[in-house]
Design a protein around this ligand. Structure first.
Ligand SMILES: *Cc1c(COP(=O)(O)O)cnc(C)c1O
Length: 418
């Protein structure tokens, strides 16, 4: 483990917090599906001297001098990203997923234009037009949904009808809480019918796509893909925009800078290059495949234990459990209970949730982080069993505390990378 001597000398309070967080990550099970553990190489690059460099512009076209090495890392990041996802163009500068989405909206749309995206309680993301976000003051967002939450089937007929009525300029595929594959070919054909761009926000599943454990929307001729780099892709925190067409690429570059952002966070761009390099290796495909195998195994164990899963299972890295239906407790109560045994996940709304967003009916859990730690199917059974035992014994504080000790001992067998 890194020692962080300089930090310890300079700022004991922050050093103590870093050490505490490291211990928390080591001793607990991370089932939040958007989280992961980066490699030591990615971590080193994030703390590198590229932090000190201003590189407004793009490789070969910068506003300041001294760009020899900045150009090298950004060019490598771009080249690796395009290879990884089969893209014609990549912009590696977005600071995170949310700004990457905003940059894409402004690159492709005019104010007042309509975007057709997934309903938020059916798995869509805040940045796809939740009323609390400012982007809804500029663009108009309309929704598609599942027709059946027990299978997760999307109502593509309704999607087509809504698209014909609302005339969106963009159809958005992508989610943060949907355990099934989308039919990209069908979505692309609807987009073509109404003259809309087909855009995939694959923030959650980018690692699965990179490792060929999930379908690549470019194979169905999607125009643009947006993603975070820090979820299943296992890179530094950041965003990435890919497209197939060079003309569209120019508009996206202009939108990211100077349209929306200032200087790129160069140490993160360098760390993205390292992470993309890791994801290009054959081991990463094994990792991506194991994420899905683990999620399916976890789902099967919960189903055997009598739990109700939204959509009945999973095709990707995440599952949603209806806690009210399964155990007679809210998602918030379940999150808190599992926290007490050292298993971290998050409460989540379920489709058309009758409960409030701050204490919804469900929980969401996923396998990218535990798979990085080297856990497989046997460990998934153990995790589900810990959680089912916690539910059964939730009234017995001593029993819950004993489970916490067991989980801690279990975790110590799976060291963090780095
Ligand atoms: C996580 C996520 C985002 C936002 O990413 P940030 O890096 O947190 O800004 C956007 N879209 C989807 C689908 C996500 O899951």
């Amino acid at each position: 483990m890194p020692i962080y001597d300089a930090l310890k000398q300079s700022d004991p309070a922050i050093h103590a917090a870093v050490a505490g967080e490291m211990q928390r990550q080591r001793e607990g099970v991370e089932l939040i599906p958007s989280e992961n553990y980066i490699s030591a190489a990615v971590m080193e690059t994030m703390g590198s001297v590229f932090n000190n460099k201003y590189s407004e512009g793009y490789p070969g076209r910068r506003y300041y001098g001294g760009q020899t090495y900045a150009d090298q890392v950004e060019s490598l990041a771009i080249e690796r990203a395009t290879r990884l996802f089969g893209a014609g163009h990549a912009n590696v500068q977005p600071h995170a997923g949310a700004p990457a989405n905003v940059a894409v909206y402004f690159a492709l749309l005019q104010p007042g234009d309509t975007v057709l995206g997934m309903d938020l309680s059916h798995g869509g993301h805040l940045t796809h037009g939740h009323p609390v976000t400012y982007i809804t003051r500029i663009f108009n967002f309309v929704r598609y949904k599942m027709k059946d939450a027990t299978t997760g089937a999307i109502d593509y007929d309704e999607m087509r009808a809504v698209a014909k009525r609302e005339k969106p300029k963009m159809i958005l595929a992508g989610f943060s809480a949907y355990p099934r594959e989308l039919d990209y070919a069908k979505m692309k054909s609807i987009a073509e019918e109404v003259g809309a761009y087909a855009v995939a926000d694959m923030a959650h599943i980018a690692g699965l796509i990179a490792g060929k454990a999930a379908r690549n929307p470019f194979d169905d001729n999607f125009d643009v893909m947006v993603t975070t780099t820090h979820k299943s892709l296992r890179g530094p925190r950041g965003g990435l925009i890919l497209c197939r067409d060079a003309d569209l690429g120019k508009r996206i570059d202009k939108s990211v800078f100077p349209g929306f952002q200032g200087g790129p966070i160069m140490q993160m761009v360098a760390a993205k290059a390292v992470a993309f390099g890791e994801a290009l290796r054959p081991e990463f495909a094994d990792y991506a495949r194991q994420i899905v195998i683990n999620a399916k195994r976890l789902a099967a164990r919960f189903l055997d234990g009598g739990a109700t899963l939204i959509t009945g299972g999973t095709d990707n890295h995440l599952l949603l459990i209806d806690c009210v239906q399964s155990w007679g407790i809210s998602g918030g109560e379940a999150e808190e209970l599992f926290d007490r045994i050292g298993i971290t996940l998050n409460k989540n709304v379920i489709a058309d949730d009758p409960r409030k967003p701050m204490d919804p009916s469900g929980i969401r859990l996923g396998t990218p982080a535990v798979t990085t730690r080297g856990m497989g199917e046997v460990e998934m059974d153990a995790l589900a069993d810990f959680m089912l035992a916690a539910v059964a014994k939730r009234g017995d504080a001593a029993a819950v505390e004993a489970l916490h000790r067991e989980v801690k001992a279990f975790c110590m067998k799976y060291p963090l990378p780095g």
